[in-house]
Design a binder for this molecule. Structure first.
Ligand code: BGC
Length: 744
């Protein structure tokens, strides 16, 4: 086969420029003469949104029917990479059947604030969980010969002013929180494409950010795919191409292609830069052509069943007093809340899928119940309440043994493109809750929401809370399965439910002002923040109940390059079920700022009643590293690490410690180095102490008093010159430093 470089060498300048931009909204430009076809990229992420008419990225126009799997907010809570890989495979199959070459997802941005209007499209507040699950989705999708587009790279953590705002982030949180998940997906799953985000990062547009798109992504992480712009993210095409943005989408009707041509002709853009991007397009098109199957089909029923399985696996049981749930088929229940009949199952915007069919919880509950199930809307489809609707709801509640009350965030409050103002459920729904609970305290609240809502106002007043997120087209069935115990809930919170908005890490720094948002909380995002501040939360990260119980014993940790954590988990209840074993790591006394605990590994294990199993959770050594700003590199600090094995970030069942040898970080010393820094380096310390000893007539240097040492530690060497009299000038000190810096 002809080399991509040879194909590109045969193209005209104009052809190359056109190749690196869209033909229209969803297709790349072909060059028929050179046998380069056009390929289709389309949203994503939790289904195939292949538009049938004109293109838009607001989710407005019609799209072909496709399975609407649970959005990322739901899948994140499964903690189940194997399940996500299967969802990825199904997405790939559907994309292939629709001749879609690239599915625009997954989205793995960190949920920095629960207010972000697009949190429903992202997996977690934790980078390890986002990375592991994101990689699983990419693997599944790409196994079908369809490319992923890992997005939105990077730091697209809010919707307010998203096309301009500068996310101002220090290097450590940038690497350890906001880039870490991307790094994992790129290194582990090798996505065909990465989508750069709209926003600026520390003042520079992601689309024009050479550091981001080339130095980090390619030079450090070894990315060998193609970088595509988010739709309309390019402000300056020539600058973007130079920075490493290969493909501009959608089409600009040739306007920016002409800018590229002009820049090359004017000598301000090296043609080889364009050649590289064009080569990457050719490579991508070839991958797509190799993966394409013109007669591919998929089994919509099987995919609906998978969507139901994934939905049930995503439901988080937050509260279940006195075993109110699961319901028996003959429990006299009343279902209240329009959301049970008219589900909110995905978010608004570019990811809006046209589902192949749509379950609602009411019908699915009725299908599982052996008795009649009355329903009262409680509020209108538009969220409106009325005394009549309330009266109807309370009458239904009074007549039932158990009430299932469906509440949620109305679609118009939560969408791509804008952020929420608060974490509240609508006041009308909270009034309805009061009325229903007064009529029948045996009420289970079932929630539909894309971002967390405040539960602290009522959680203690209801015996059960079921967090149903947005669950995709089979969410109604998935919810019914959990409510009736057909499926034992096993999802865990991938994001903390705070007591109040005012407690959240980004509060006061979100969504920024005058074009800048300062990530002032630094590393302390999500549970890292609440733990560091010892703040009470409503429900912690990693939390979720089951209808059974699990016991942990015999936790142990050994080093094996990384860490190998083992623990025996026993199902001590009376139902089969799955537990998510979580491993958190901390380093008390660390020389750098750290969160008290960080998730570094997890494993989901299914156990039959009474079954016991030893679960092994590996922790990579690279996941122990922090970003060392002195050397601009990942460094594992040596020390005694705390390894906490838990059922949530606040339900630690066993704590072990393990000694980890650190990476050697040798910083070149200079006259500006402090005495403390010199003494920390054994070779330099030896040389300097010897030299000082000679000043005092030779012999071993007298041991320095602790407090004197502490005082002197921060003094730069250069400032000592004055104290040393004429026997030791700057030159002599410099010679010592040079000797200490010599290669060892
Ligand atoms: C979104 C992307 C999406 C693209 C194409 C943009 O507005 O940010 O996530 O893939 O549109 O629809």
């Amino acid at each position: 086969m002809t080399d991509a470089a040879e194909i590109v060498a045969d193209l005209t300048l104009e052809e190359k420029a056109s190749l690196t931009s869209g033909l229209n909204f969803w297709f790349t430009e072909p060059v028929a003469r050179a046998g380069i076809p056009s390929i289709m990229l389309t949203d994503g992420p939790h289904g195939v949104r292949k538009q049938t008419g004109g293109g838009d990225h607001l989710g407005l126009g019609d799209a072909v029917p496709a399975t609407c799997f649970p959005p990322a907010v739901a899948l994140g809570g499964t903690f189940d990479p194997a399940l996500l890989e299967r969802v990825g495979v199904a997405l790939g199959t559907e994309a292939r059947a629709e001749q879609v070459a690239i599915l625009l997802g997954p989205g793995i941005n960190i949920k920095r604030s629960p207010l972000c209007g697009r949190n429903f499209e992202h997996l977690s507040e934790d980078p390890l969980l986002s990375g592991v699950l994101g990689a699983a989705l990419v693997r599944g999708l790409q196994s079908q010969g369809v490319g992923a587009s890992l997005k939105h790279y990077a730091a697209n953590n809010q919707e307010t002013d998203r096309m301009r705002v500068s996310a101002d982030i220090d290097p450590r949180p940038m690497r350890e929180i906001y880039l870490r998940g991307f790094q994992r997906v790129v290194e582990d799953a090798r996505p065909w494409t990465v989508m750069c985000s709209y926003n600026r990062i520390n003042g520079v547009y992601a689309s024009e950010n050479r550091w981001l798109l080339t130095e980090v992504l390619r030079d450090e992480w070894g990315f060998d795919g193609l970088v595509v712009s988010d739709w309309g993210a390019v402000a300056d095409r020539v600058a973007a191409l130079s920075a490493g943005l290969d493909l501009e989408m959608p089409s600009t009707g040739g306007r920016t292609d002409a800018e590229i041509v002009a820049a090359v002709r004017a000598g301000t853009l090296d043609e080889s830069v364009l050649d590289t991007a064009a080569r990457r397009i050719v490579d991508l098109v070839r991958r797509a052509v190799a993966g394409a199957q013109p007669d591919a089909t998929y089994d919509a029923d099987a995919h609906h069943a998978l969507a139901r399985e994934a939905a049930a696996a995503s439901v988080v049981l937050l509260r279940n007093e006195h075993g109110l749930l699961p319901l028996a088929p003959d429990t006299k229940v009343a279902v209240i809340g329009e959301l049970a009949r008219t589900p909110r199952y995905q978010g608004a915007g570019s990811s809006r899928i046209n589902p192949t069919r749509l379950d609602n919880a009411l019908d699915e509950i009725r299908a599982l119940a052996t008795v009649e199930v009355p329903f009262a809307a409680g509020y209108g489809a538009d969220g409106s309440a009325s005394p009549e609707l309330t009266a109807e709801a309370t009458a239904a509640a009074v007549a039932a043994d158990t009430v299932l009350l469906f509440l949620g965030v109305p679609a118009e409050l939560e969408s791509e493109g804008f952020d929420r103002d608060d974490l509240e459920l609508p006041a009308s729904q909270l009034d309805l809750l009061d009325a229903v609970v007064a009529a029948n305290p045996n009420t289970a609240v079932v929630l539909s929401n894309g971002g967390v809502v405040r539960l602290s106002g009522f959680a203690e007043r209801v015996p059960a809370i079921v967090e149903g997120w947005l669950l995709g087209q089979a969410g109604g069935g998935g919810l019914a399965d959990v409510l009736y115990g057909v499926v034992n809930p096993s999802a865990r919170l991938a994001e903390t439910v705070p007591v109040r908005l005012e407690d959240t890490a980004a509060y006061g720094n979100f969504p920024g002002e005058h074009g800048h948002v300062r990530y002032g909380e630094g590393l302390h995002v999500g549970y890292r923040w609440y733990d560091a501040r010892q703040l009470e939360v409503s429900y912690p990260f990693g939390f979720g109940l089951s209808y059974t119980t699990f016991d942990y014993s015999d936790a142990a940790v050994t080093t094996d390059g990384g860490l190998a954590v083992t623990v025996t988990v026993t199902n001590t209840g009376d139902r089969d079920g799955s537990e998510v074993v979580q491993v958190y790591i901390g380093l008390p006394g660390s020389a750098v700022a750290r969160a008290p605990r960080e998730l570094k590994g997890f494993a989901k294990v299914h156990l039959a009643v009474g079954e016991s199993r030893t679960v092994r959770v590996p922790v990579r050594r690279s996941d122990l590293a922090y970003w060392d700003t002195r050397v601009d590199a990942w460094v594992v600090e040596g020390g005694t690490y705390t390894v906490e094995v838990g059922a949530s970030s606040r339900d630690i069942r066993a704590t072990c410690t393990v000694d980890v040898a650190g990476d050697e970080v040798r910083l070149p010393l200079s006259l500006d180095s402090s005495i403390g820094e010199v003494l920390a380096d054994p070779v330099a310390a030896g040389l300097v102490l010897e030299a000082f000893a000679s000043l005092t007539g030779g012999g071993a240097a007298p041991p320095l008093d602790e407090s004197v040492l502490k005082m002197a530690e921060s003094m730069p060497l250069s400032r000592m010159v004055g104290f040393l009299g004429d026997k030791f000038d700057r030159d002599k000190l410099q010679q010592l430093i040079d000797a200490a810096n010599a290669p060892r």
